[in-house]
Design a protein around this ligand. Sequence first.
Ligand SMILES: [Zn+2]
Length: 461
Amino acid sequence: MTAPQTIPAPRDGTYVLRGASLITMDERLGDFTGDILVAGGKIKDAAPRIDGGDAEVVAAADYLILPGLVDSHRHTWQSPIRHTGLDWDLPRMFVELFKRFGPNFRPEDVYAATLFGRLAALDAGVTTLLDWAHIQNSPAHADEAIRALREAGGRTIYAHGQPGIEPERWMKESTLPHPADIRRLRERTLSDDDALVTLAMAARGPEFTTIETTEHDLKLARELGLRITIHIGLGANGPKYRGVERMHQRKLLGPDVTFVHCCNCSDHEFHLMAETGTTACVSAQIASTCGGFGLPATGKLLSHGVRPGLSIDSEMSASGDLFSEMRAALNMERALTLNDLQSRPRAVSMTARDVLGLATVAGAHTVGLENRIGSISPGKSADLILIPRHALNLAPMGDPAAALVLGGHAGNVEAVIVEGRPVKWNGRMLDCDPRRTIALLERSREYLYAKAREYDRAAAS
Ligand SMILES: [Zn+2]
């Protein structure tokens, strides 16, 4: 197998990816063997044969190329406690996050966590990520996170949330408004919506604040021209607060809102989301491993006409790669529908192609970027991933969507391109020092665990 030659051109370079197996996720184009012309960071053309003139040619016949994956909700700040929360249920998770760990995060911890979390996602082919950042313990925390995201090089929507402290005040029928620092970030730091790192509001919403506070926060987001992402239908809070219904009563729903999880929303609430164009995302891995979330709402959303994006949520208790998330979403949905004995006979529910769509084009819609990313379509940004056709875990290559969803893993992502610029090539992240990044994370992790032990001692005495 020959690896493609290194593309020397930066983001405004012009080149042709030649002879690849294209999974465009563009309904008009479908799958075909052909070329992609990239220029000025954009996909200029995708066709069976393109004459690129003087453009550099990358021999890509050994590769599948598909649009970069989209994660529509992840908390990268939780990277220092990655893979340690598998046995925490939802109430315990809140204690760990907002009492044992969150209050002790320093700006440098947020920098280390965000840099590591974003780079690891990029390495796994997640070209676009919405970073749901409820660790705003000071303005410097946001500044350091944004610095890390810009350094990492992916496309990221930085969703500014509340501080990671005092959950009783901030997250229990709270009357505290969204931190005012979001205005500074909008006006001074992330005012350009065409940049790679952009801003959104990670609002607590009606399951964590009073409805008046939610209304106030959303008014602020809309005044600032920001999209809004809200956890909803989470565990017992879904039926307790009926947040979607109450937001609807105040005319707060709309296409600029994304609901995260939706596990325990009512059918009426799913209907309201569809009717108002409100978007949604699911986190099938964490919903199936963490007690108290409720079942992933993938099928319920789809059956009401809301096509959700996929999301990792937290690497505390989920794999950070979207191949695992696609499998979890597919498996959970199939388990639920194929075993629904009430309504036999069941047709096959979600297909591999469907779930690949959730991780790409539907994810783009969920984060409000469907005009720019999510498919290999002329005019969209050249956010692409290259996967070898001859990997042992993917062979034999019949239906590539099924091969990727059932057999794919992050290690298959051999190259990642963001806005035309290669950020990973020949299996190696470019402009990234993994040792430094991991060392920063481990130093931060040690500090945070020492502080958590102090918390434990104080709590025991
Ligand atoms: Zn979350």
